[in-house]
Design a protein around this ligand. Structure first.
Ligand SMILES: [Fe+2]
Ligand SMILES: [Fe+2]
Length: 312
């Protein structure tokens, strides 16, 4: 039986500096995003808080880190290298897997590469690239990485949207590829952990913030199976379940990794440590949250949950 493995999950750090817009970058979505950011979010998401979490996370020595998007704020060209620098503070590209969020694929970027600057954090590894379906949809998704007893499957749900819309879409092509990947991995004795920015099931977000094809994704997950889904976007700690014939799939949403104070009911910054242990009947998956109990406080254990005792 292969060795247990620990994955740290952090999301929605919104850590990149926001500068005033130049005429070239000016459009309605960015302008409204900038106004909104000045009104609220700039007081909430703080780089020093994210750095504190990352320092604590590194001290815990997880085997791998999963980042489920929204590193950026209003998709300015200057935000992408800044986000990359933050990713490098988390770890090497081979040890950190990223999927983009709606603030990362935000609006038109003209010729700037945008999230492509993070490609080595956002690509299949050599073994994962050989899995049928891997990398066959738009932007090279879904991505697959093999880490001992775990296969990470990264899905892109971010699309450029009009102002006031934070919705996402996986798309028919990527859904088909995801189903192929999950089915191919089913026989390989690995716990399949799906990473996606938007909440993956219907009814988990209001329409203008939701995944438009969540119902189709839920069908794919139920049909192909997975052992765990990790997502961000709502900036809240949630646990939902996706019914699947092979056993219910836990779907875990997480608070922002940089929230210095509570905002609109969103909790303070946290990350999760997810321990996957192979057992006779599948995998035991246990999750420990670490973060701040009060603004300005140190990083401590917040809670512990057993997500599943036997899957697969
Ligand atoms: Fe976010
Ligand atoms: Fe988001």
């Amino acid at each position: 039986m292969s060795a247990p493995l620990t994955i740290a999950h952090i999301s929605d750090v919104h850590v990149t500096p926001v500068k005033e817009l130049t005429t070239r970058q000016l459009n309605l979505k960015r302008t409204l995003g900038l106004v909104n950011w000045h009104r609220g979010r700039k007081h909430v998401h703080r780089a020093d808080v994210a750095a504190l979490l990352v320092e604590d996370m590194r001290a815990m020595r997880p085997d791998h880190v999963a980042v489920t998007g929204d590193l950026c704020n209003i998709g300015l060209a200057s935000e992408y290298p800044a986000a990359r620098a933050w990713l490098e503070s988390v770890g090497q590209p081979r040890d950190v897997t990223v999927v983009p969020g709606n603030h990362d694929i935000y609006t038109r970027l003209r010729k700037h590469p945008g999230v492509e600057l993070w490609r080595d954090f956002m690509s299949s590894d050599q073994s994962g690239a050989g899995v049928p379906g891997a990398g066959t949809a738009e932007r090279g998704f879904p991505i697959v990485r093999h880490l001992g007893c775990v296969a990470l499957v990264g899905v892109n749900s971010a699309i450029e949207t009009r102002p006031f819309v934070a919705a996402g879409r996986v798309g028919a092509r990527q859904l088909a590829a995801l189903e192929t990947v999950l089915k191919a991995l089913a026989g390989r004795n690995v716990a399949r952990i799906v990473l996606i920015h938007h909440p993956p099931l219907p009814g988990m977000a209001p329409r203008l913030r939701a995944l438009s094809d969540a119902a189709d994704l839920a069908v794919v997950l139920a049909r192909a199976g997975a052992e765990l889904v990790l997502h961000g976007h709502n900036h809240r700690d949630t646990l939902n379940w996706c019914d699947a014939p092979g056993g219910r799939i836990p779907v875990v949403g997480i608070a922002s990794g940089s929230a210095a104070r509570q905002h609109k009911g969103e909790p303070l910054a946290r990350y999760n440590l997810i321990k996957v242990r192979p057992i006779e009947t599948g995998w035991a998956i246990e999750m420990t949250g670490r973060g701040m109990l009060s603004p300005g406080g140190g990083i401590v254990d917040l809670d512990r949950q057993v997500l599943t005792q036997h899957a697969g």
